[in-house]
Ligand binder design. Sequence first.
Ligand SMILES: Cc1cc2nc3c(=O)[nH]c(=O)nc-3n(C[C@H](O)[C@H](O)[C@H](O)COP(=O)(O)OP(=O)(O)OC[C@H]3O[C@@H](n4cnc5c(N)ncnc54)[C@H](O)[C@@H]3O)c2cc1C
Length: 457
Amino acid sequence: MSERLVVIGGDATGMSAASQARRMKDASALEIVVFERGRFTSYSACGIPYWVGGQVADRDALIARTPEEHRSRDIDLRLHTEVVEIDVDGARVRYRDRESGAPAWLSYDHLVIATGARPLRPSLPGIDANGVHGVQALDDGQALLETLEQARGNRAVVVGAGYIGVEMAEALIRRGYDVTMVNRGAEPMSTLDPDMGALVRDAMCGMGIKVVGDADVSEIRTGDDGRVAAVVTDTAEYPADVVVLGIGVRPETDLARAAGLPLGQRGGLRTDLAMRVRGHENVWAGGDCVEVLDLVSGRERHIPLGTHANKHGQIIGANIGGGYAVFPGVVGTAVSKVCELEVARTGLREKDARAAGLQYVTVTVESTNRAGYYPDAAPMTVKMLAERFTGRLLGAQIVGQEGAGKRVDIAAVALTARMTVEQMTMLDLGYAPPFSPVWDPVLVAARKAVTAVRERG
Ligand SMILES: Cc1cc2nc3c(=O)[nH]c(=O)nc-3n(C[C@H](O)[C@H](O)[C@H](O)COP(=O)(O)OP(=O)(O)OC[C@H]3O[C@@H](n4cnc5c(N)ncnc54)[C@H](O)[C@@H]3O)c2cc1C
């Protein structure tokens, strides 16, 4: 007899799970129904800054697979349809067509919760004014582009200096805007240590972006026409024709909470390694709505990234399809860029290491992305953390020009393998002058960390 899989959320996690399950079981064995409250499926929110910035020509380029393509693979995809309740005991969901408003129940044998994350939107005066935009979904990108086309001036304020804020600052610079970035923390990119964040700030200032730290936004001021006019902080006011919010997200788990499913300290669903919601045999969850195991600190964290969401979906689909797959956890790797500057991190920051009760040493090296004599060699900085007595690598952060950022993957692999910095020094990395100095900057940092461990150990 056929089973039914119900998926809530039709983007990275949900459609990966549905597609993988379909690869493993055909429609006679598994009926698959996906509810998506929006208009799109399998879209890349990650590409929105590059679409807004003009590097990506149009919205459709960001859609990996259309609803029609999914339907042609026997996936019953219901757009504009929101799940409003999960009845775990009855193994059913209540859904509502957003156009007709008609509610109905559908039972399931397997449920996948792939509801993503919700952008933070502080309740400030003026926050809903025309010209204030978030950038979470494709419709947000479209709305922002329309505002940019109609805006009378060219002053943009980005609120928040995480990677989305930084990427949006680049997009707005590329469109000829005067950009001010207002941030609550002292330095941009709080996923880095402040000394590395300061390098990002200096480079952004060099690009003509005004970077304001230690600032709390208290109001979005509007003009007589109801449009945004300025961003007001506790100490100053920044004129704005458009405002972009990039102040973070929280897991979209209201439905799960109401259903009594287990949530972690950050509000994300708690799963086992197979991505099954803890204590619930036939309920699965992945992507931005779950917490993940940090393999370096051993703690559960909420790290909303597409790279995890796609893997989670594939693992869930494989398990529902009758296979066996597990997600071991993450080491916290992320890379982004603002104009020519690449910014990357993996593992623990100093404050994470302290919070985990670890004793550590840090080293920072200045090197170049290519051999120093090779044309266009540019500076790059690598910071590395190692455990004080054991020399185990704890984390790495990189700021530099072309080719710098993805070098963080070397450290990500070393963290996953629980390597010491000493073991790292002999890694057999590729070398030729156009790509790196003969000692890659990551290896130089590892060598310096070995010395620091010996001196402090
Ligand atoms: C601007 C931007 C840039 C990014 N850049 C990167 C990057 O460079 N690298 C990276 O790794 N990650 C990046 N990300 C993060 C990445 O996009 C997310 O981690 C990923 O999309 C999460 O996938 P998901 O399927 O878990 O959630 P989502 O993509 O958020 O999908 C969840 C879906 O569920 C639907 N939904 C929610 N509730 C319901 C309901 N009750 N009923 C029906 N449908 C529902 C939503 O409409 C949504 O379509 C970026 C995100 C943004 C916004």
